[in-house]
Design a protein around this ligand. Structure first.
Ligand SMILES: [Zn+2]
Length: 168
């Protein structure tokens, strides 16, 4: 599960799931299945397969700024890449334009693994954390949608405080 630097192929459906997870990294399998019109079982299978390939779903682009994509590939295609001990390269693509990152990602998707997007830094964390207190969420998170941004709270108290803070 932790072999995030293994090189695997991503198929079209997996790529579409990733596209959705890019918008909201915490979508559930049933929410994704609804959006893509594919059965929940299939989506669950795809998510496990993506996880086995070491793909983390952390996506943080709630704010404007520089985005960083970490892509493990057989080749070094970006200006910033690191040789991995296990073989292959960790390519780092930075841009203020998400579309640009998507483009570089789709160009190499055949033989690479998209690891993570992070805003100004590497954020590889499969753990869901509360957007108010920063604590780990183990229960079902409480969603808070403001505009086109989705926030997550660990409890009702955090939800109320987060709502107050964000609606200022
Ligand atoms: Zn909290």
């Amino acid at each position: 599960m932790e072999s995030r630097s293994s090189v695997s192929k991503i198929n079209n459906l997996e790529y579409e799931v990733l596209q959705l997870l890019k918008e909201d990294s915490r979508l559930s399998a049933s929410e994704i299945s609804e959006k893509l019109g594919v059965s929940r079982v299939t989506i669950s299978r795809i998510i496990s397969s993506l996880k086995e390939k070491g793909i983390k779903f952390t996506v943080e682009f709630y704010e404007e700024g520089e985005f960083t994509a970490f892509i493990v590939a057989k080749t070094c295609f970006s200006s910033e890449c690191y040789n991995l001990i296990e073989g292959g390269y960790m390519n780092i693509v930075r841009s203020n334009n998400l579309e640009e990152i998507h483009k570089s990602l789709s160009n190499v998707q055949k033989d690479s693994v998209f690891v993570s997007y992070g805003k100004k830094g590497l954020k590889i964390s499969p753990k869901l954390v509360c957007d108010y207190c920063g604590g780990e969420i183990n229960e079902k998170p409480i969603k808070l949608k403001i505009g086109n941004k989705i926030y997550y709270a660990c409890c009702n108290t955090c939800y109320t405080l987060l709502k107050k803070k964000k609606s200022k």
